[in-house]
Write a protein that binds this ligand. Structure first.
Ligand code: FE2
Length: 295
């Protein structure tokens, strides 16, 4: 008798998000010549609503960063700077200034317009970190500029039984650690997580939120859209499918990674350099306003 063996059913953890794309980033330079890798906002990945851009910079060679980002404008979105090493001085047209240091976050709402500079506050040593651009809805694009700025000492660290540590910049974890950046329109989550070797992290994730993981060090294992386990390596970004939780496992050297999510806006995007609006007309208006000194 010819017996047909049924295929082994795939074990799918209901609700868990999967890797939908792996992005390795593109080497580029921005500002006055800062060398960086661009993961979002490139030909490889234009945007993942509401995230418009993600740059990662890391170098101990001053030639790669010393030129910095001299005076430049923004309108219509938020810039989020998170430093892993080094110091960056910022000053802006609203009279605000300060220094972001290692482990510090600056969540700047450019709104209707700001002109600022972001310059390394060091002539040697390692400078590393991220800049993320988060879009604003049409109703908020012309709001007054605003800041959330916190040094590392004001970012809570949650330590789990398995040794996992979570720096909670924004959002609320499953054990109710709340990040200091609050009141952002897109309800973001921004976690810097360190996992010991072969340990796991499971966190709920609001359904519908766009989410991605960026591996800083080590390797992370999670399923792809066929539910096959895949490895996400250091300096790779993985975009995640929709779902209600994220479950990842670190490799045998552990892993440090960003887990970032926010509610998509589902609005048209008109984009020109540092201006991100809804229509081409609004971009023309931004250029006119900037040239007329109205920022
Ligand atoms: Fe900027």
């Amino acid at each position: 008798m010819n017996q047909t063996i049924p295929p082994t059913p795939k074990i799918i953890s209901v609700g868990n998000r999967q890797i939908s794309r792996i992005i390795s980033g593109q080497a580029t330079a921005d500002g006055a010549g800062v060398r960086l890798r661009r993961y979002i906002g490139s030909a490889e990945l234009d945007h993942i609503d509401p995230f418009l851009l993600l740059d990662f910079f890391e170098s101990d060679n001053p030639d790669d960063y010393i030129a910095g980002f001299p005076s430049h404008p923004h309108r219509g979105f938020e810039t989020v700077t998170y430093l892993l090493a080094g110091k960056v001085r910022h000053e802006d047209s609203a009279g605000h200034g300060g220094i972001i240091e290692s482990g510090g976050i600056q969540w700047m709402t450019a709104g209707r317009g700001i002109i600022h500079s972001e310059m390394p506050e060091q002539e040697q040593g390692r400078l590393a970190g991220f800049q993320l651009w988060v879009n604003l809805p049409a109703t908020d694009k012309m709001c007054p500029p605003a800041y959330h700025e916190y040094p590392a000492s004001q970012i809570p660290t949650e330590i789990r039984d398995n040794g996992a540590t979570l720096q909670v910049i924004t959002g609320t974890t499953s054990t109710r650690t709340i990040g200091p950046v609050r009141g952002v329109t897109t309800d973001p989550i921004y976690l810097d997580v360190a996992l010991p070797a072969d340990s796991t992290l499971t966190e709920p994730m609001p359904k519908g939120h766009t989410a991605f993981i960026f591996v800083i060090d080590g390797e992370l294992n999670l399923p792809d859209d066929e539910n096959t386990p895949v490895w996400l390596s250091a300096k790779q970004l993985g975009t995640l499918s929709d779902g209600t939780a994220v479950c990842v496992r670190a490799g045998d050297t552990g892993a440090r990674f960003l887990l970032v999510a926010a509610r998509p806006l589902n609005e048209p995007i008109a984009r020109y350099g540092p201006f991100v609006m809804n229509t081409p007309h609004e971009i023309e208006q931004a250029i006119t306003d900037y040239n007329a000194g109205r920022f």
